[in-house]
Design a protein around this ligand. Structure first.
Ligand code: GCW
Length: 671
């Protein structure tokens, strides 16, 4: 009782701190009512965490008793749980913890609690951090790494531990159970004894929240770190080196999750350097970690300048290897066939492999969707991918079902998200980018959750009772804040598609500004063609778009019917993928009756108008938000609004030199 009261007083003070508003994420302190927790008499850190969370966050009847029960139940899968108002039952301790978070979430968001089971869609739900040992973060927009520091890199401070703990707690609260601590463009240093010491310290901080630690490894580590002459995966000395490295890792981190590998991709070393296949490389590492129960996640993000259509390459390299991978290898595939663009059709690899586990990789960090400046709620993009039908085993073979083991059973299933977390006070740079971290966890837990539901939940957890002025009534808050801001979030990704790369355009961003802003013209002499926008948009006097039809690059044939035929014909290809699959004349007649050029201009304009609408919506929300977050978001929307105009003007003026057609009257003229 004393503890409960103490924590109550403590939380009361913290909630008053302005600077903490962003830092608390969706786990804002609440004045808890007393609760008695009955738990198995086990000396377990996870159960201790669960108990503590209940006591700190309980919003139910004062004096209620909640029972935590570890009991085998065949209907509960992985770390799933069975929930009722008074109890959480699970097969694993993690399951108990997740059940507790769900119980608290329902209390805090006022959702009814129907007794029932909640099972995760995927066994492994991982964040991938593209963090480098020097503390920088590749494609990171929220400051330096939370894990690595340039100065005194290997000294673990109390502050580090506290931060890692908060990070782990946030992950646990949304079901994330693994973190890859370093960049896929991996430094061999990460496997050195010094760095492994810090890996152990991080793993120790994450463990009480059920988050396993993984590392990205450089394929040539045996050469670069071990001094061997080769990294050939079939060479006995190489195998031995990895075996002893694995032993060293598992001595430090007994529950180490395994390796993530980017190999033979974008200049990274790999098995192909030695005339071996991806399967040879992945299997060697899989055998090395198998005795410890480890996994290998092998990325399929591969392409080379020689290939005529980059979008086809991963499929071409991996499909012949189906059935050749060990069962503790998962092939990790980006949602689209090119590279995390604002919109891509799903990667055909999802529907292609039958005997190989395949996992989706989403990008939470906004490399191509406006960095820390633009407000982009990404759940609709991921939902679009997960719910796309691959037709792999007939209708209903969605990407979700092809990757969670429903279509073809695999030994393991997983989903990964490239993290947007950094040292910034609010963790993610933009306050609304926290929603993407949250949404990733919620979708990895249940891939059929609707984006709207996740947005509402997140807004309630993150902004309720954060008013600048005294409490609004619930009805008022719902009508004036929750509903319009949910709408804003749901429309935000499509707005970015519209003002940057509508109708299937892709990869036309500026390379000189780190993939922020327009650059359809970009292509310095000598640059690899497949890194320049003109390779992708193919704009010329005769039209625009990449011809991937049967008479073009034939990428359409990597999709099952009826998609292949549907994509192949401009009359049936969805407008949103039109210029992804087709090169069409500027005066091509769209389904709307307009010319392609007019339609394109309208999309660009619509995107700009949308952002202006977001600004108005947010301005109206002022009474319901603390001043700090209100101002931060308002400023960012202002910048985004100007940048949206820049996108529109730059792209329309650039494409107009080929179309030679006037800007339609309905469109605001370029500045
Ligand atoms: O999207 C591209 C990024 C690279 C990244 C690469 C990858 C980590 O521009 O920064 O490298 O993809 O996913 O491997």
């Amino acid at each position: 009782m004393k503890n409960i009261l103490l924590s109550f007083c403590f939380l009361g003070t913290v909630s008053g701190l302005r600077a903490e508003d962003g830092h608390q994420l969706w786990l804002r302190p609440h004045a808890a009512t007393p609760v008695t927790v009955v738990a198995p008499a086990k000396n377990s850190v996870l159960l201790a965490t669960a108990r503590q969370e209940l006591q700190q966050g309980w919003q139910g009847r004062a004096g209620a008793t909640v029972t935590l029960a570890l009991k085998k139940d065949k209907a509960i899968r992985y770390d799933g749980f069975r929930l009722s108002t008074q109890s959480v039952q699970a097969n694993t301790e993690r399951g108990i913890l997740y059940g507790v978070y769900e119980l608290l979430r329902r209390q805090q968001t006022g959702q009814a609690l129907a007794d029932g089971i909640s099972n995760p869609s995927y066994e492994h739900r991982l964040l991938n951090h593209w963090d480098n040992p020097d503390g920088s973060v590749e494609r990171g927009y929220a400051g330096q790494s939370i894990f690595w520091r340039k100065d005194s890199a290997l000294v673990v401070t109390k502050r580090d531990q506290k931060l890692w703990q908060e990070y782990a707690r946030a992950n646990a609260s949304i079901g994330i159970n693994g973190s890859v601590l370093n960049n896929v463009n991996a430094s061999p240093l990460i496997l050195s004894a010094e760095y492994l010491g810090r890996v152990k310290a991080i793993a120790d901080a994450l463990r009480p929240y059920g988050v396993k630690t993984y590392l990205s490894v450089k394929f040539s580590s045996p050469v670069l770190l071990g001094g061997l002459k080769t990294a050939d995966p079939l060479d006995p000395a190489v195998i031995k080196w990895w075996q002893s490295k694995a032993k060293e890792i598992y001595q430090q981190v007994p529950d180490f999750g395994g390796f993530l590998v980017k190999a033979s991709s974008e200049g990274q070393p790999g098995p192909q350097d030695y005339g071996r296949t991806h399967a040879d490389g992945a299997n060697m590492l899989a055998d090395v970690v198998r005795p410890y129960g480890g996994l290998v996640m092998w990325r399929a993000f591969v392409y080379s300048p020689s290939d005529k259509d980059r979008a086809k390459q991963a499929y071409n390299e991996f499909v012949p290897l189906d059935g050749k991978f060990r069962d503790n290898v998962i092939v990790q595939v980006k949602n689209g066939p090119v590279d995390f663009q604002p919109r891509e059709p799903f990667s055909p690899l999802f529907g292609a492999l039958k005997k190989t586990a395949v996992m989706p990789e989403f990008q939470i960090t906004q490399e191509y969707l406006g960095h820390e400046i633009d407000l982009a709620y990404l759940a609709p993009m991921w939902e679009e991918c997960l719910q796309s039908d691959t037709y792999q085993a007939g209708p209903g073979s969605t990407v979700a079902r092809c990757t969670d083991g429903s279509v073809y059973r695999q030994a393991h299933s997983a989903m990964a998200g490239v993290s947007n977390v950094g040292l910034d006070t609010n963790w993610t740079g933009h306050d609304f980018a926290q929603a993407n971290w949250y949404a990733f966890g919620r979708l990895a837990w249940n891939s059929s959750t609707k984006s709207a539901q996740i947005a509402e939940e997140w807004l309630k957890l993150t902004f309720q009772n954060a008013a600048a002025q005294p409490a609004a009534s619930a009805a008022d808050w719902n009508a004036k804040f929750l509903t319009p801001v949910t709408q804003l979030m749901l429309a935000s990704r499509e707005a970015i598609v519209d003002y940057s790369m509508p109708m299937g355009l892709h990869h036309i961003m500026s390379a000189t500004h780190g993939h922020y802003g327009p650059g359809p013209w970009w292509g310095p002499p000598g640059m690899r063609a497949d890194w320049t926008p003109p390779y992708y948009h193919q704009a010329a006097a005769n039209g625009v778009g990449f011809d991937r039809t049967k008479t073009g690059s034939d990428a359409v044939s990597q999709y099952h019917e009826p998609l292949a035929s549907q994509f192949n014909d401009p009359a049936t290809c969805p407008d949103q993928y039109l210029l992804w699959f087709h090169h069409l004349p500027w005066d091509f007649k769209m389904k709307s009756g307009r010319t392609l050029w007019d339609e394109l201009a309208l999309h660009y304009d619509r995107g700009v108008q949308q952002v202006r609408q977001f600004q108005r919506t947010w301005d109206q929300a002022q009474p319901y938000v603390d001043a700090e977050r209100f101002g931060a978001v308002q400023n960012k929307l202002r910048t985004q609004s100007g940048n949206a105009v820049m996108w529109k003007d730059a792209c329309l003026l650039y494409f107009q030199q080929f179309s030679r057609m006037p800007i339609p009257a309905a469109v605001e003229p370029p500045m």
